[in-house]
Ligand binder design. Structure first.
Ligand code: ATP
Ligand code: MG
Length: 486
């Protein structure tokens, strides 16, 4: 039966102590199926859970978005804490779970798939899990594969996704028809910003049709560009793998006369990989990211800096995020934008362009002959299996997702906020992107460690401050978290 969907945004204003705070809550199946029965969580019979009751999460627990708050503004945003509940809304035998991966590759996809399957099976005794092959379109192309702990054993040691992924438009109604036809009642959707927008639509349609089906998103973005959350899976691995490319560029640069190594790293709109790889490596002389505009010519321009570094040091390494300098490259070019199947704009190759500009510049300087090597490790980085820390992270993500769906929550993505896993409504992460905040001290650390020109004008700083989600109040000397810097 068709049931009226409740309002999509479920903000609740609550008060605690003296101040008030907002709980940005996620929907629950009970919101539109009020008479849904609940059952004791099978984990209550688990030898550990039966003794240590605090392994269960109190349904009233929330996670605060900000740890450091000034006493004058002790309010803020909270999210529902993730974890197993004492009561669940699915019986193990009743669950038919589906897993799908969409978008580009990212280290850790297979680990999430494996841990969803094993988590459902080992913790809740769920026996029916299917993998939808080839992204959203696989729902109605009827490409499915049965997933069991046995069939997913060892896949976390491989890169890529065993379910294959795809880009491109999907028909939400047809996806939900397929969910309904096959009796799927838990859908786990692993993918980036585009995928989660699609997941929100699937959830709305499921809810509109009044289906008992939990729709859960596991955010995937190697660029770490998802808002609110601490970091996304695969990011750690990407930074680690990027080191190898930077090392290679450094070796090349050091071994030539006036050697310049240019490394292009992932980061369409957010320069987190470039920033962290730069900070980790210490061999980088200049880091260019989309958030911080730069220029080539003139005083304190990039070319002048290159000259200075070569004269001082004899070699240099430049790291550039793929989305950096796009406006600069496009200037003077008469070229219409092109897009991929999902509608993402194709970027111009900033690495090639930069290498060309540097070569042209030094050609004129006959007393400074250079040797430039350009490395683009993108597809090598995306394809590696996740490292140890990402494997642990993916495992926790998958398990939190399973606990949430079993407890009846739906229409949410799972991720850590300030180190605690939380259930976050879709709209919260799809409406805004996570960016490097160039007015934050993390970017200052990069500028200090490389000694590169800051390229920023007072107007740029003012604009950046206006873009900050919650402007930094420089009252207290507080440390921001390492990855999420707003
Ligand atoms: P990444 O960009 O990190 O590789 P992504 O999830 O953003 O991952 P996309 O190729 O943009 O990758 O999208 C993946 C899937 O999500 C595609 O099937 C696409 O049709 C769908 N999708 C993308 N954007 C939207 C949107 N705005 N609304 C609904 N569905 C979308
Ligand atoms: Mg995307």
């Amino acid at each position: 039966p068709a049931v009226q969907a409740p309002a999509r945004k479920t903000k609740k204003k609550l008060s605690a102590g003296g101040g008030g705070y907002v709980l940005e809550d996620v929907p629950h199946l009970k919101d539109y199926l009020p008479h849904l029965p609940s059952y004791p969580n099978p984990l209550q019979n688990h030898p550990a859970y039966s003794v240590v009751k605090q392994y269960f999460v109190n349904p009233g627990d929330t996670v605060s978005k900000k740890i450091v708050v000034h006493e004058s503004s002790a309010r803020g945003t909270h999210f529902r804490r993730a974890g197993p509940r004492q009561r669940v809304y699915f019986q193990p035998g009743e669950v038919v779970a589906a897993i799908v991966t969409c978008g580009g590759l990212c280290p850790g996809l297979n680990t999430v798939i494996r841990e969803l399957v094993c988590g459902l099976h080992d913790m809740y005794g769920v026996g029916s899990v299917v993998g939808i092959e080839g992204g959203y379109k696989g729902f109605y192309a009827r490409n499915t594969v049965e997933l069991t702990p046995r069939s997913v054993n060892g896949i976390h040691k491989r890169g890529g996704t065993v379910l294959r992924a795809s880009r491109g438009g999907q028909d939400t109604a047809k996806v939900v028809d397929s969910i309904q036809d096959r009796g799927i009642n838990q859908v786990y959707i692993i993918g980036g910003d585009g995928t989660q927008k699609g997941a929100a639509q699937v959830h709305e349609e499921v809810q509109r049709r009044g289906l008992k089906c939990a729709v859960v998103g596991v955010p995937k973005t190697i660029d770490n560009d998802i808002a609110v959350i601490d970091k996304s899976f695969g990011f750690d691995t990407a930074v680690e793998e990027a080191q190898r490319a930077i090392d290679a560029a450094h070796v090349e640069a050091e071994s030539a006369e006036n050697g310049i190594g240019v490394v292009k790293l992932m980061g369409r709109n957010s320069g987190f990989i470039a920033m962290h790889a730069t900070l980790a490596s210490r061999d980088v002389d200049c880091c260019l990211i989309p958030e911080s505009p730069f220029y080539l010519e003139g005083k304190d321009g990039l070319l002048e800096f290159c000259e200075k570094r070569l004269r001082e040091n004899g070699h240099m390494v430049i790291v550039v995020a793929e989305g950096a300098g796009q406006d600069l490259i496009a200037k003077g070019m008469h070229r219409a934008d092109t897009h991929d199947a999902s509608g993402n704009r194709h970027l111009l190759d900033v690495g090639l362009w930069l290498s060309q500009k540097i070569k042209e510049h030094f050609k004129k300087k006959t007393n400074l002959p250079i040797t430039l090597k350009y490395i683009d490790p993108t597809y090598m980085i995306r394809a590696v299996p996740s490292n140890a820390s990402d494997n642990v992270y993916c495992t926790l993500l998958a398990h939190s997702a399973v606990h949430g769906a079993m407890a009846g929550y739906t229409g949410f993505i799972v991720a850590p906020v300030n180190g605690r896993h939380a259930y976050i409504p879709f709209y919260r992460i799809t409406e805004k992107q996570n960016k490097v905040v160039i007015t934050d001290r993390m970017w200052a650390r990069v500028l200090c460690s490389t000694n590169q020109p800051c390229f920023l004008s007072h107007e740029d700083v003012e604009k950046a401050r206006q873009d900050e989600e919650e402007p930094h109040v420089p009252l207290i000397e507080g440390e921001n978290s390492l990855v999420r810097t707003s």
